[in-house]
Design a protein around this ligand. Structure first.
Ligand code: ATP
Ligand code: MG
Length: 217
């Protein structure tokens, strides 16, 4: 990792997700956080088994999700891949990831970057108070959660868990991996929603195949 040390503390964004597949919404979210929060860089952390998706239908393999993430971030010098969750056995708890990062770099300020759906369910995550003690949250609007709802939720999390929440100024992006897997199954193009190299990789490996052999919904 090319750590860029400023006079003050290093500011690191963390973009966690299943990335099945990674899409332009993830990239725009991370890029906006990078710019608006003055981050030094952003780590992309594909989850091996996300706690809330333990029974998700089979999509891409973990290795394919890592490869798609690598391809997607390759044009951004301030984005990098962290494979620790992928290498760790069992469920990928954000709490464990944050504790590990903070232990390795106690002086760094971490910003965990999430969409509104994640912010709204944050209090159901495993040990939210520990996560909040390790990082700030950087949240963006998504789906049917408008800004006011996010602001109210942020205040609630600040009161309950001493969270420090930044709301990013970003237009709503109507895109999800679920939608893209659906388009693939219908043999429709997803090229406007993912980087070209990711679209090529998905097609070459028939990851979400039109015949539906990889995922039954
Ligand atoms: P899926 O539909 O499979 O759940 P997803 O598009 O929600 O996929 P995830 O990997 O679940 O992608 O998301 C990782 C993080 O990125 C989450 O915090 C999520 O809220 C955020 N995110 C993903 N897409 C968007 C979007 N279009 N706008 C804002 N945040 C987003
Ligand atoms: Mg999701």
């Amino acid at each position: 990792m090319d750590a860029i040390w400023k006079a003050g503390k290093l500011r690191t964004g963390i973009m966690g997700g299943t990335f099945d597949p990674i899409h332009n919404g993830h990239l725009a979210l991370a890029d906006t956080a990078y710019r608006q929060l003055g981050l030094d860089h952003v780590l992309f952390l594909p989850a091996r088994i996300p706690p809330h998706k333990q029974n998700r239908p089979a999509g891409a393999t973990p290795l394919q999700r890592v490869r798609m993430t690598q391809l997607a971030i390759s044009g951004y010098p301030y984005f990098s891949l962290d494979q620790e969750e992928m290498c760790r056995d069992g469920i990928s708890y954000t709490k464990d990831t944050l504790l590990r990062l903070k232990r390795n770099e106690p002086e760094t300020e971490f910003f965990f970057i999430i969409g509104a759906d994640s912010l709204m369910s944050f209090d159901t995550w495993y040990h939210p108070e520990i996560i909040c003690s390790c990082c700030h949250l950087a949240a963006a609007i998504r789906d049917d959660f408008p800004l006011e709802v996010l602001q109210k939720k942020s205040e609630e999390l600040e009161a309950r868990f001493q969270a420090s929440v930044f709301i990013l100024n970003i237009p709503k992006m109507d895109i999800s991996s679920t939608m893209l897997r659906g388009l693939c199954r219908q043999e429709k193009s997803i090229r406007t929603y993912v980087p070209e190299a990711v679209a090529d990789y998905i097609e070459e490996n028939n990851i979400y195949g039109g015949s539906g052999q990889n995922e039954q919904l």
